[in-house]
Ligand binder design. Structure first.
Ligand SMILES: Nc1ncnc2c1ncn2[C@@H]1O[C@H](COP(=O)(O)OP(=O)(O)OP(=O)(O)O)[C@@H](O)[C@H]1O
Length: 337
């Protein structure tokens, strides 16, 4: 049995179909990233999984329990950790009081260890907390009862780079212990570092579910090439060369006759074929890197819509929301204990 099972999940707000027939499973022990731009429907899926929203149609199961059944939901919540996108703790309570409340409801197996890692100021009242401190406290409350499954909505928003890294290391170590992690994110570098698989949601519809590696493989490599002499155009007329760009190289001596040249392109073909073709040129520099995940993302959301058959009206600046702040989408902060 998978840790999370979604079957035909649909949430219709009237004006907006926030989730439209969303179906996928998250296997036990995997880290699954749920990606999409603001308003794509990520939080709607998450809130449905938590039993905070009832679906218009479809089913959602956590660790085999139907989340629309109150009793089953209560049972599974003991094994679940949840970090909302805006944790809303009691403003007048201190961090310590918040932890005590969580401990009394869900238990406390490991707050001491988590406090060493994330270190929120426990003696301060929540109203004095910065966004980052709220997030740190949220991480402690999410993991302190040692859950089997965690659902995290934009977990690193507000954390500084050092803490983001600490969080990534922590989650990887938890996976080794068998934890299942489902998290939504805009931060593509984080997704790339952490996830086994990703689901991509666009306009409420799931457009891809696949391993991060295959997503990157499909998107090809970014090749940069510098040669002593301009490469004859025919040399790069091979399968898999896309978006070929030319620039005069640093060897250019005159405006009209560049002696060398630089070329950059995306390559989805066989690298050996490419290297064969380059044998006739004097190559000064060659780099072959993975395409940025941002480019991959743009294939789903960009002008051409890539393999999702875009209707082209909802472009996003993928990956630009490095602040991790999610936009407003009509949902208040909630904190589930
Ligand atoms: N309570 C609500 N009533 C009506 N529409 C809503 C409600 N909550 C969300 N929506 C709409 O549903 C769509 C999906 O919103 P959702 O919050 O699930 O997206 P998201 O991917 O989580 O976005 P973000 O990254 O900004 O948090 C959006 O168009 C949003 O405006």
């Amino acid at each position: 049995m998978a840790a999370i099972e979604l079957e035909g999940l649909t949430k219709d707000y009237g004006e907006v179909l926030a989730n439209d027939d969303v179906t996928f499973d998250v296997e036990r022990g995997e880290i699954f990233g749920y990606l999409g731009p603001n308003g794509a429907g990520k939080t709607t899926t998450i809130r449905t999984l938590l039993g905070l929203l009832s679906p218009t149609a479809g089913t959602a199961r956590l660790l085999g329990h139907d989340v629309t059944d109150e009793e089953q939901l209560l049972t599974v919540k003991r094994r679940l950790g949840y970090l909302p996108d805006s944790p809303a703790f009691d403003e007048t309570a201190t961090g310590r009081a918040v932890l005590e409340l969580h401990a009394s409801i869900k238990g406390d197996e490991r707050s001491a260890e988590l406090l060493e890692l994330f270190d929120p100021p426990l003696d301060r009242e929540i109203r004095e907390y910065s966004r980052g401190n709220v997030q740190k406290l949220g991480l402690v409350t999410t993991f302190m009862h040692d859950p089997d499954l965690v659902i995290l909505d934009e977990p690193t928003s507000g954390l500084d780079p050092l803490l983001q890294q600490r969080f990534n290391e922590f989650v990887r170590a938890e996976r080794e212990r068998g934890l299942t992690v489902f998290f939504s994110s805009h931060i593509l570098s984080e997704v790339r570092r952490l996830c086994d698989r990703v689901g991509i949601i666009r306009n409420g519809r799931l457009v891809a579910v696949e391993p991060v590696e295959s997503l990157l493989d499909r998107s090809g490599k970014l090749v940069r090439l510098r040669t002593a002499e301009p490469i004859p155009p025919a040399a790069l007329e091979i399968d898999g060369v896309h978006d070929l760009e030319t620039a005069a190289g640093p060897n250019s001596e005159t405006d009209d006759v560049p002696r060398g040249s630089e070329r950059a392109f995306t390559f989805t073909g066989d690298v050996n074929v490419l290297l064969d073709r380059l044998r006739e040129s004097r190559v000064l520099d060659l780099s072959i890197e993975e395409a940025p995940l941002e480019d991959v993302f743009m294939r789903f959301y960009g002008d051409d819509g890539g393999d999702v058959g875009s209707d082209g009206d909802d472009r996003v600046a993928a990956g630009t929301d490095a602040s991790g702040e999610s936009g407003s989408s009509g949902k208040g902060g909630e904190n589930d204990v």
